[in-house]
Design a protein around this ligand. Structure first.
Ligand code: 13P
Ligand code: SF4
Length: 346
């Protein structure tokens, strides 16, 4: 309550100009705008109004909470979102996703304002690959073509020859001559999956991982399978190998959705972040969809805590004040853009 009162006064005492300075300070300290919003306000309606007024578009990843997916102009996987970001006519892109996704949009559309509702929305996989370490690794293995997953910082993309996503990783690797040695980073599980599918032995794999996808429990998925013997198991390639081995299908979030839409089974156990279930349930109301359980039944670790930082309220405040904004220094942007464009051309 004390906080609410202070925040209200804080609003009242500021002119527009110094309000923005104060908000910029707040965003650089906290990563998002912390402000009370009238509970009677229809956030979805206000967001739609601000979008029209500002010619803004909202791009949302499948891992967003349902109410965020429902107000987005486009919901998709990393590949589709980067294609949308490259093509949009909007003046403002509000990215309802994690930082590397907004950063990729800014790299592809530098003339546009790219907003993200919370700068704290990071990615444990992107964090498992630090630029100085990756640069050293590349220098230790000269003559290798560097393929990086899109779940990386702009600095890593600038060190990369070609970016890929989980939708096109096999295709990207296969586009490189078979005798050309590769470095693949940062996801070890996706890297091993590509190696197994392509038979590519000349590929060094960075030892990084996503904390959400590594948490799924083989034992508990097998118990579910006993309970629902007719269920098919759908797995994201960031999951560990034992989980991939029991899968009926391995693929990106978009691939998992497509598979369930075209397949004839009526029950699926889905091993990826639980946000994907929202679009699956909307498009397949007649099917039974079960979120694969993590090892610890109490931890809720099949939710990505970073993705779940994005709320309707933060989206509203972000559109209203056009903060936080993602910026990328121009020299870095140009270097990083080449590897993303190369992927988009494949
Ligand atoms: P997709 O390529 O399926 O969108 O996956 C992105 C991601 O962050 C998976 O954890
Ligand atoms: Fe990163 Fe994993 Fe979250 Fe995807 S689910 S954004 S890889 S931490």
């Amino acid at each position: 309550m004390c906080n609410e009162v202070r925040e209200e006064n804080f609003e009242l005492n500021l002119t527009m100009e110094n309000k923005n300075t104060a908000l910029i300070d707040q965003v650089s300290n906290e990563g998002f705008i912390r402000q009370e919003v009238d509970p009677a306000l229809d956030l979805a309606q206000e967001i739609a109004r601000l979008k029209r007024e500002k010619n803004a578009i909202i791009l949302a990843h499948y891992y967003m909470v349902p109410e965020v997916q429902d107000i987005a102009d486009f919901v998709g996987d990393s590949l589709a979102l980067s294609q949308q970001a490259a093509d949009t006519e909007a003046d403002i892109i509000l990215f309802a996703g994690v930082h590397f996704m907004g950063e990729t949009a800014k790299i592809l559309s530098p003339q546009k304002k790219v907003l993200i509702p919370d700068l704290n929305a990071g990615c444990s996989l992107a964090d498992s690959c630090k630029p100085a370490d990756f640069e050293r690794f590349i220098a230790e293995h000269p003559g290798h073509t560097v393929v990086s997953y899109v779940n990386t910082s702009a600095q890593i993309k600038a060190l990369t020859d070609v970016v890929c996503t989980s939708s096109n990783a096999v295709q990207v690797v296969e586009s490189i001559p078979a005798d050309q040695p590769l470095i693949f980073g940062p996801d070890r599980n996706l890297g091993n999956y590509i190696r197994q599918v392509t038979g590519r032995e000349n590929m060094l794999i960075w030892d990084g991982a996503c904390h959400v996808h590594e948490e799924f429990s083989l034992e508990r998925i097998l118990e579910l399978k006993k309970e629902f013997p007719q269920a098919k198991i759908l797995v994201h390639p960031e999951c560990k190998k034992p989980i991939q081995l029991i899968a009926d299908y391995v693929g990106s979030t978009a691939g998992i959705l497509r598979f369930a839409q075209t397949d004839t089974a009526d029950t699926y156990i889905v091993a990826t972040e639980s946000g994907i279930l929202h679009q699956m349930r909307k498009s397949l109301p007649q099917k039974t969809l079960i979120a694969a359980p993590p090892m610890d039944s109490m931890c809720g670790c099949n939710d990505c805590a970073f993705m779940k930082l994005i709320s309707l309220k933060k989206i509203y405040l972000t559109l209203k004040y056009e903060l936080p904004e993602i910026t990328v220094p121009e020299a870095l942007r140009q270097k990083a853009e080449k590897s993303i464009r190369r992927m988009l051309e494949i």
